[in-house]
Each structure stands twice: as C-alpha cells, then as structure tokens.
Ligand binder design. Structure first.
Ligand code: ADP
Ligand code: MG
Length: 262
C-alpha cells in the first residue's frame, strides 16, 4: 500500500511544507472551568492522508473531532482547514466551511427515514440550495455508485442492511467532494466483514480521490487501514505511529491503560 512519511508538529514546532488539509495548534477544550477534555493538542494532517485517532473512552477523541471539524469551538488554540483559521470565522462563514470543505460520518448514521437513499446521499447538496434543475441527483448517484449502491437509489433507507446504511452515510459525506472527511466510530456498530467494506471505501477515497480522512475508532483492526494512528490519553496527544498494525496498536492502548492506573 502506498504510504508517505510527512512532516508533523512535534513539541509545538511546525515543520514547514505545503498547506495542510487540517492543522490543530495547541487546541484545548474545557467543558467545565479547569477540566480539560482536550489539552494543547497539535496535529498536522497533510492532504491525502488517512489518520486514525485512538484512545480509551473519555480520552477526548470525539471532542478532538468536533473541534477539528468546526462543530465545536476550542477554548484555546487554532484549527485550520485548508489553511483557513476557523477561529476567525463568524457562524455563517463557519457553516460554509463545514458545508463545502468537510464531510462527516458518525456511528449513529442520521439518515432521514422519509427520504430515499438518493436524497439522503444528496442531502448536503439539497441543504445547500440545489434546485430541481441542478445536477444534485447525478452527483448523488455518482456518490452512491462509488459505494456500490447505485441500484438502491430509490429505496427507503430502512430497507437497507446496517452496512449498506453506513455506506449511504459515507456517500453523503463524500458527495460534496470535501477536503477532509471526519468519521467518528464509523464501524462501531458493524460486524468485522461489513466494517472492512466501509474501511476499504474510506481507503479508496484517500487513494483514488485524494481525500483526507480523520477517523476516530476503538478498534485496532480499523486503525490498521490508516496511514497513521495518533493516540490520545486524558486529552493529550500521547503518541503517533506510522503504518500502524493492529497488534502494535493493541500494545500501545494497553500501555496507556496501565499508565492511567499507576
Ligand atoms: P471519547 O470520544 O474519547 O470517549 P470525549 O471527547 O467524548 O471522549 O470526552 C472527553 C471528556 O470530556 C470526557 O471526560 C467526557 O466526560 C467530557 N465531555 C465530553 N463532552 C462533554 C460535554 N458536552 N460536557 C461536559 N463534558 C463533556
Ligand atoms: Mg467518542
């Protein structure tokens, strides 16, 4: 598999290079005064890279993803998507960045039951104001074809299996051709074989379409599909591994678990 070594932020010092798809610099998030769900996390993700964010429950993974995707604002630090500093944006501008540059896949799929599979896949285009003359349907169909579901376009989501529904959610995340796709436990509810289908599609989005993927997962086997695993521990970046294999990821997670008990 094609993998590249890249410059990263180490100890808060930026390695120079082209504009990163995603860049976090000293990002902290306090939900309550003095309690940091995220603590000064710096992370640089070049375009065309697949990153797995790992860590125990409560380590700050979802918080990291939500701050990185512009769904939540950090208490301090900066997030840049394609070089744009999100902290400088008002709500309208932030909404445009989310709409045009970001795709999301969640474990809870949030498919709309009253819409067809095609309409669900095209929802970001419809919400952005695509009209009847617009080519949203063609774009949605292409996105469905990319996940192998073009023949289910007219079905209701409820008629699809869990894995197929997750692929519709993936088509919806990719339909706007976003710079960065964020996925929070996208395979958490799937059996291993179905999960592998979804992971292969995320991998293909990176390899074939040049997308950047940031995926939160508990699952070492899922992380092994990524170019890099980053580990969170109590809100801090606790390590990163290039070309992670599942056994190595398991070992790191076990070490981190021991660390919190000692
Ligand atoms: P993970 O996704 O790794 O399980 P989270 O990012 O969801 O972790 O949570 C990190 C920490 O922040 C946890 O201690 C959690 O209880 C706390 N937390 C998360 N969301 C909120 C919230 N909306 N309000 C208060 N505390 C929160
Ligand atoms: Mg979470």
């Amino acid at each position: 598999m094609f993998r590249r070594r890249v410059g990263v932020l180490e100890g808060g010092t930026a390695v120079s290079g082209p504009v990163a798809a995603l860049e976090l610099d000293g990002v902290s998030r306090e939900y309550r005064e003095g309690v940091r769900a995220l603590d000064a996390v710096s992370l640089r993700v070049p375009a065309g890279r697949f990153v797995a964010v790992m860590g125990r429950s409560g380590s700050g993974k979802s918080t990291l993803l939500q701050c990185a995707a512009g769904l939540d604002r950090p208490t301090s630090g900066t997030v840049r998507i394609g070089g744009t500093d999100l902290s400088g944006l008002d709500e309208a501008a932030l909404t445009r960045v989310r709409r045009d540059q970001v795709g999301f896949v969640f474990q809870a799929l949030n498919l709309v039951p009253s819409l067809s599979v095609l309409e669900n896949a095209g929802l970001p285009l419809l919400l952005a104001g695509a009209g009847p003359d617009d080519s949203w349907g063609e774009r949605a169909l292409r996105a469905l074809a990319a996940v192998g579901l073009a023949d289910r376009a007219d079905d209701a989501p409820a008629r699809l299996s869990g894995g197929q529904q997750q692929r519709v959610a993936l088509a919806r995340a990719l339909v706007t051709e976003p710079a960065v796709v964020f996925a929070d436990e996208p395979t958490g509810a799937l059996d291993p074989v179905t999960a592998a289908d979804v992971l292969a599609l995320l991998r293909a989005a990176v390899e074939e379409r040049g997308r950047t993927v940031v995926m939160v997962t508990h699952d070492p086997a899922a992380a092994a599909w990524a170019d890099e695993a980053v580990f969170l521990h109590e809100g801090r970046l606790a390590g990163r591994t290039e070309s992670p294999d599942a056994q190595h990821v398991r070992d790191v997670l076990r070490d981190l678990a021991l660390r919190s008990r000692s």
